[in-house]
Design a protein around this ligand. Structure first.
Ligand code: ASP
Length: 312
């Protein structure tokens, strides 16, 4: 009997107080559709999941609609500080960067940290020096800043608030956020990747869950691949991404139940958000505890599907 080979891919574009009918919604759906189609053709051609999740996140980092790379939210001093991480389920190889400015694709710097294998997490000036030394193209930090992000920071400063991208005021809330991808490839390997600019008006030097393996990103072929989005402090304290793994491995929960339980843990630590996860059979879970989460999925036997809210 020939073994049936399967692939699956899920993406998120952040969770939060996403509103219906904004001007940006069609653009988000269009970009997600294009990403899912590209991901499907890569995975069906036999590309490795770790390469596909990196490619998906790179696409979204380059798109100013999302809070990663170009279009990232700003710190309280108006700076850009990018966090990203990636994990390979074959061997739990992992890499992350935090507080990185002047690089359009932090996910690829995180990938290089992982591939070199000496370290798992590089931050700030050290991460920037590593990126330069590894030949990554640097860009002026201001080139990553959009006028909309400046206005958003001004409003957050006036209200003295630190916020999730999607929880910004109604004027700002046009549906953009942290990005992530999880995938199962034809060889049965899992991988996850996450990238963000963090929280609006966060203190310089603050690192959220998206850079932290086990909090924002996790992958192990034996269980699942996870990419999270939400209040990073709570997600770190609840070790959300690893909590999904633990639920499956130690409590024999299925993917969906383990994913929901992990978000309950984050809520108990005072933070809301969502996650995308895939297991070794290609099952996908995409729970969230905020008003909405930008998300999309595609698999060997299912057309791309994109949703922002409960029902669509
Ligand atoms: N989790 C990210 C952080 O705390 C923010 C987000 O997901 O929107 O940096």
């Amino acid at each position: 009997m020939t073994e049936r080979r399967h692939f699956a891919l899920a993406l998120h574009g952040g969770a939060g107080n996403i509103r219906r009918g904004t001007a940006r919604e069609p653009a988000i759906r269009k970009e997600f559709q294009a990403c899912l189609e590209e991901g499907r053709s890569r995975l069906s051609a036999g590309e490795e999941s770790v390469d596909v999740v990196e490619a998906m996140v790179r696409r979204l980092e380059a798109h100013p609609l999302f809070n990663a790379g170009r279009g990232a939210v700003l710190t309280s001093t108006g700076g850009v500080e990018l966090d990203a991480s990636i994990m390979d389920g074959r061997n739990r190889a992992a890499g992350g960067v935090a507080c990185l400015a002047s690089v359009l694709h932090p996910i690829s710097v995180a990938r290089r940290v992982m591939d070199r294998g000496e370290h798992v997490l590089l931050v700030g000036e050290g991460a920037a020096a590593f990126a330069r030394q590894q030949g990554f193209e640097t860009v002026p930090a201001e080139s990553l800043v959009t006028a909309q992000r400046r206005r958003q920071l001004d409003r957050a400063r006036t209200q003295s608030r630190i916020r999730l991208d999607h929880d910004a005021s109604t004027q700002d809330d046009d549906g953009r956020g942290t990005v992530g991808a999880v995938a199962l490839d034809l060889d049965g390997h899992l991988a996850a990747a996450t990238s963000t600019g963090g929280l609006i008006n966060q203190l310089p030097g603050r690192v959220g869950d998206s850079a932290v393996i086990g909090a924002g990103t996790w992958a192990d072929d034996a269980t699942c691949a996870v990419s999270a989005t939400g209040h990073g402090e709570a997600f770190i304290r609840a070790a959300v991404a690893h909590e999904v793994d633990a639920g499956m491995r130690l409590a024999s929960l299925d993917l969906e139940s383990a994913a929901r339980r992990a978000l309950e843990r984050a809520e108990a630590c005072g933070g809301r958000g969502g996650l995308i996860a895939v297991d070794g059979s290609g099952r996908i879970a995409m729970p969230w505890t905020t008003a909405g989460m930008i998300r999309g999925r595609v698999s060997a036997n299912q057309e791309p599907r994109i949703s922002l809210f409960d029902n669509g």
